[in-house]
Design a protein. Structure first.
Length: 172
């Protein structure tokens, strides 16, 4: 077997996968009936009704309740089980505190740096593929908000997946 088949770096897993055990706090909440899909590893907000929705353009940092966790469930579309989602009215597992793998859509995260969520695309500018509700690692004034209770815990791997740590819970 040639030595080139053995990698020298490991990827950080799939979005929504718990990355550190022992400090995680999670809850299961139903996805709001009017919500769009909540992707594994995507930021969520908790509504006053106890349901959750995907983080959107009108949300602020204090709305951030956690990250949708990647859990074993039947595949919506084979073979994309690692990049799945929660649909309306389904139970959604949310990480409220702890480490989780997420996609970093723009910027280069470093340990301890600020986590941003895209809330707009001002003047049509946006890094390639970055959408509203994506996590990022650089401030684009007017396009994103900074989270006050989360930090990056790693750099990115070849698939733009990085570890994010939620420092304290904001959801119930």
């Amino acid at each position: 077997m040639p030595g080139s088949v053995i990698g020298i770096t490991l990827p950080y897993g799939y979005p929504g996968q718990i990355s550190r055990h022992g400090d995680e706090i999670s809850r299961t909440r139903p996805v709001d009936a009017a919500s769009g899909n909540i992707m594994f590893g995507g930021p969520v907000i908790q509504n006053s009704t106890g349901t959750v929705t995907a983080f959107g353009a009108t949300n602020v940092a204090s709305d951030f309740a956690g990250v949708a966790m990647r859990k074993v469930k039947s595949a919506k579309v084979y073979p994309y089980q690692n990049y799945g989602y929660y649909s309306a009215n389904e139970p959604c597992d949310i990480l409220l505190r702890g480490g989780v793998s997420v996609k970093c859509a723009w910027g280069t995260p470093s340990v301890g740096s600020t986590v941003y969520i895209r809330t707009a695309v001002v003047n049509g500018t946006s890094p390639s593929g970055a959408a509203i509700g994506d996590f990022g690692a650089s401030n684009e004034s007017g396009n994103c908000i900074a989270l006050t209770n989360a930090k990056w815990s790693s750099d990115i791997d070849a698939r733009n997946v990085a570890e994010l740590t939620i420092l304290n819970r904001q959801g119930v």
